[in-house]
Write a protein that binds this ligand. Structure first.
Ligand code: AMP
Length: 528
């Protein structure tokens, strides 16, 4: 027997219909690479997306085909998300910071048919065109081409119909080894994720919110904000450049209440704010994820009255896994205790399940005791089952995805990430958390950035070294850093050496690239 409720498929085009109908006049501001600005609304985004749907049909694009974007954050990119899914296509957001061989691989692997791109990436497009074998149509967002293309249509059409398990979006994630892998989101998974993302304990979005997402639309679907933001009818402020001054100016002028970005984004903002004596008085929610938010960052934002949503997630989890949701006794905690809570990665919303298993024995599920660390696994309706084009196999049914993260779970469900399985340092048979060493080092006032890696040691297997970038005009020596670390980590965790560098390598999403750092220190000899 079936239930007797209405058929209302969870298709993401419903989100933009809702935004245009219920929040049609809410503004979307775009600051372009050339410094100019435009303003549209949710109703305008929907109309343009319908026009793009017509224009894609005229190009012969069929449901299920991939439509790629290579672009920063702006309203036309947002339009293209809804236009691509509107035709029943699969939106593929390409990360322009990837290497050429990765760019070649993913566009061909995805079988992209159309590429919409920013003029700033014209040299990249020209370079890659001979290698991209499937793309038939190239349309530039910001040289008039996109507007002429959709401007030829009237928007008088219907969205493609289909099932809620149809795919709607494809994001590639570059692992530490091998080619990038595609994560193929569905309409249903994206809708459930969007509905979840706006909750107070997650991103806390409603019609009064003014959000400037610094996290690019090509990084883990901009954490789902273009979908969730439309569901809540928020005002978006987009910047096509990630310059701290531009961002701070926009935030203050547009009275931005919410922002989202990886920790390095906030570091750059703080440096600008300190140099120019700027504050962000309207900001009340900072979503930080992608890598661990250091203590001083959390403290500084909290002291300024900003709620820190320290979130953990992955491209493979759409990406919401956990956020720094407040615990039931939050109001009874001291400031320092609250900071301790926010330093961890928080708790899951309804819809995500976590467990940890033994690093050496995958059949052994470990307790949630706040002490034991293990390999983190996740499951839920917006968690990947298998990578794009991967063959179905027996493990699909197990429904637990191996995150590659190492974590501790507390009895109340709080998640504390301690490392990546590939980054954790094994010394004398025991694990040293590179993340904890880094966090401890980053709390030193003269340290701008720090990364710990394991170096081969004949007796201990591996020993940690710490690679440090000093803050401008700051002096600090190796012993001073070690003394500072000794206050918060076990003695045998102390790095065998501290190396100072001008820069630590970052990958395509702005995170420290341990792979490149290890390569840089491949022939490194530990001091005796
Ligand atoms: P990506 O798919 O590029 O977003 O990378 C996902 C990975 O980033 C996770 O598996 C974690 O290793 C790391 N990560 C994400 N959020 C956090 C966080 N809040 N703290 C520490 N690591 C994080």
């Amino acid at each position: 027997m079936l239930g007797a409720m209405q058929d209302w498929d969870l298709r993401v085009t419903r989100i933009i219909d809702h935004a245009a109908r219920e929040h049609g006049g809410r503004e979307i501001v775009s600051r372009w690479a050339d410094g100019s600005e435009t303003v549209t609304t949710w109703a305008g985004v929907r109309l343009d997306a319908l026009k793009m749907t017509q224009a894609l049909r005229n190009l012969g694009v069929q449901p299920g085909e991939r439509i790629a974007t290579l672009a920063m954050n702006h309203a036309r990119h947002l339009v293209s998300w809804y236009g691509a899914v509107g035709v029943g296509g699969v939106l593929h957001t390409v990360n322009p910071r990837l290497f050429d061989d990765q760019l070649e691989y993913i566009a061909n692997h995805a079988d992209d048919q159309v590429l919409l791109y920013d003029a700033a990436f014209q040299p990249l497009v020209d370079r890659m065109k001979p290698k991209w074998t499937t793309i038939k149509h190239y349309i530039c967002f910001d040289n008039g081409e996109f507007e002429t293309w959709i401007g030829a249509e009237n928007g008088d059409t219907e969205w493609a119909t289909g099932g809620e398990r149809d795919p709607c979006m494809l994001c590639y994630t570059s692992g530490t080894t091998g080619n990038p892998k595609g994560v193929l989101y569905e309409h249903r998974s994206t809708m459930l994720h969007a509905i979840t993302s706006v909750q107070p304990a997650i991103f806390d979005l409603d019609a009064r919110s003014v959000m400037l997402p610094v996290v690019p639309m090509f990084h883990a679907a901009s954490w789902g904000l273009p979908w969730g933001g439309a569901a809540a009818g928020i005002k978006f402020v987009f910047s096509a450049v990630n310059d701290a001054k531009v961002l701070c100016d926009l935030m203050n002028r547009e009275k931005v209440t919410h922002s989202a970005g990886v920790p390095t984004v906030w570091l750059a903002m703080f440096q600008h704010m300190d140099a120019e004596n700027v504050t962000l008085p309207t900001l009340r929610q900072a979503i930080i994820g992608g890598s661990a938010a250091p203590r001083f960052m959390i403290e500084r934002l909290m002291k300024a009255g900003v709620n820190v949503a320290h979130a953990w997630g992955m491209t493979e989890t759409s990406p919401i896994g956990t956020t720094g949701a407040k615990c039931w006794n939050w109001d009874d905690l001291s400031f320092d205790e609250q900071v301790e809570v926010k330093l961890m990665q928080g708790r899951v919303p309804f819809g995500v399940e976590l467990r940890i298993i033994d690093l050496d024995d995958p059949n052994k599920v470990l307790p949630r005791d706040g002490k034991t660390s293990g390999a983190l696994q996740v499951r839920g309706p917006w968690v990947i089952k298998r990578y794009f084009k991967a063959e179905a196999d027996a493990t699909d049914d197990e429904q637990w995805f191996d995150t590659g993260d190492v974590a501790i779970l507390y009895p109340d469900g709080t998640l504390q990430l301690t490392d990546r399985t590939k980054d954790v340092i094994k010394s004398g048979g025991e694990w040293i958390s590179s993340v904890e060493l880094e966090n401890a080092a980053m709390s030193h006032p003269a340290v701008a950035e720090a990364a710990a890696i394991g170096i081969y040691h004949p007796r201990w297997d591996e020993r940690p070294i710490l690679v440090v970038v000093r803050k401008a005009d700051c002096e600090v020596c190796s012993d001073e850093i070690k003394t500072h670390l000794a206050a918060s980590v076990a003695k045998w965790w102390l790095p065998d050496a501290v190396e100072f560098v001008d820069e630590i390598p970052h990958g395509g999403t702005g995170k420290v690239s341990k792979k490149d750092l290890r390569e840089q220190f491949r022939d490194y000899k530990l001091p005796d």
